[in-house]
Ligand binder design. Sequence first.
Ligand code: GLC
Length: 581
Amino acid sequence: MPSATALDLGLIHPADSPDSPWWRDAVIYQIYPRSWADGDGDGMGDLPGIITRLPYLSELGVDAVWLSPFYVSPMNDAGYDVADYRDIDPLFGTLADADALIAAAHELGLKVLIDLVPNHTSSDHVWFQAALQAGPGSPERDRYIFRDGRGPRGEQPPNNWRSVFGGQGWSRVLEPDGTPGQWYLHIFDTTQPDLNWAHEDVRAEFDAILRYWLDRGVDGFRVDVAHGLVKEEGLPDFRGSMHLPDNPIGTRFPMWDLDGVHEIYRRWRAILDGYTVAGDTASERILCAEAWVRPESRLARYVRPDEMHQAFNFDFLACGWAAEPLREVIENSLRSNDRVGAPTTWVLSNHDVVRHASRLGLPAAATGHALGGVGAQDPQPDAAVGLRRARAATTLMLALPGGAYLYQGEELGLPEHTTLPDASRQDPTYHRTKGTDEASIGRDGCRVPMPWVADTPGFGFGPTGRTWLPQPEVYREYAVDVQDGVPSSTLSLYRDLLAYRRKHRFGHGSLAWDEEFTSASVIAFRNTSGDGERTVLVITNLGEQNIALPDGDVLIASGPLAEDGSVPTDTTVWLRLPMRG
Ligand code: GLC
């Protein structure tokens, strides 16, 4: 039970029971397999490389890993274009390597989540190839979204939808007799045809894919584009932007967040629950939604008790660096999720957005409009400000009740590569929007291979020094070996945060705003552990004025305190309050 003191101060989130399931407060580390560790020296990360580096993660103190896709793929969207959901791409290894990885992680006490990509397959998938061969009106075509075109000869796309990656959302095929024929929908790249989730074959196939990986021992799935599987009947034209955050809250989309998606997740939840060993919460397998959905109450629908377990809190990620909007997002998320009994899943970086150590150093950081990539022609982030704020933001995030995801390299304070040569860019967004008014530099800058060892070619990414994207010279300063054991390093900060958080179960704690310290530029709250034995006061200073601290032990600070012990700008502290009475 939360303490009476917390209630007096305006409790907005009650504590979880201390014996609640592992995933409710888990910290999960995202590995982007192509960029984490290269075992064979071809410049591309792989599963054997990951296995050798897993002890680093247990030392870091995370609970689980999530691996971005490792399946057979032509790699037009870095593996989010899956050609075979039941096998590993040779670039990354073999099925035996995947089994070995799962076993090695479990041995270290780490759970393993993999990426499930259900909205679309690759155009190389056998189903899509069969659909092309089978022609209009065939059951094979009905597994995807094929339509006749508009215009007298069907020469215009069936509706006006754009691709999220730029350009038209439809492509026209040549029929088996060589004539221009039907169009198929691809919300992403041309080589990522959308599946038709109204078709029972599609549903049955994904049930089987889930079981296939659950049987191999994975602990859960991060579900790609979870808000996109069901499209509105009749596929009506749409006038807004395909990028959800660009539209006013309350916009109705014919391709995003339709109510029909929830029935799919209920079906999946039942499958996962079938794998729980009675009475053993550690055996629970989980689903985490990648759903760009607003407001928070809509997102909470994905984590109702019979649906998914987690959903990334992208409102938090996209919020920017300003106290009032951040406080509002935190409160709304906790309240919306409490209503359905779900924890909140905090996140600041991933493989699709500018790394937060750079994002928060951009001039636009205050408004949060800094998600897309940054190129050499764009205003450059202030590295010192960005890192200072990133450390403060993470120290705030890891004090919040709920779970959290970390993106590989953020524990090093790694910045975005903002001056990547255009010739190296691989993100389809860059290639599809070049020279248009949708122009986007793409997401390659956050996907650059990890620096492990400063004074080694490729910064120790692999045995040959090759890297599939060039690393900036500055990564030398961020390498793991440079930071390891240095108390002021970002790596040490993350290790300390994770250790304290775990020890005192702050992920299961309650949250009450602290009225004394809260102001227009300060976030202040108390997190009281589930047993009521430990209260930590968390203060993040986003303003100019230093903040004097009350009595108590500073458990952790995201940066140096002022000489008089006060909290300077862009700094978060965790303060252990003396026990009352
Ligand atoms: C998700 C992934 C992104 C991918 C897209 C299409 O947003 O995170 O990397 O490009 O889906 O699968």
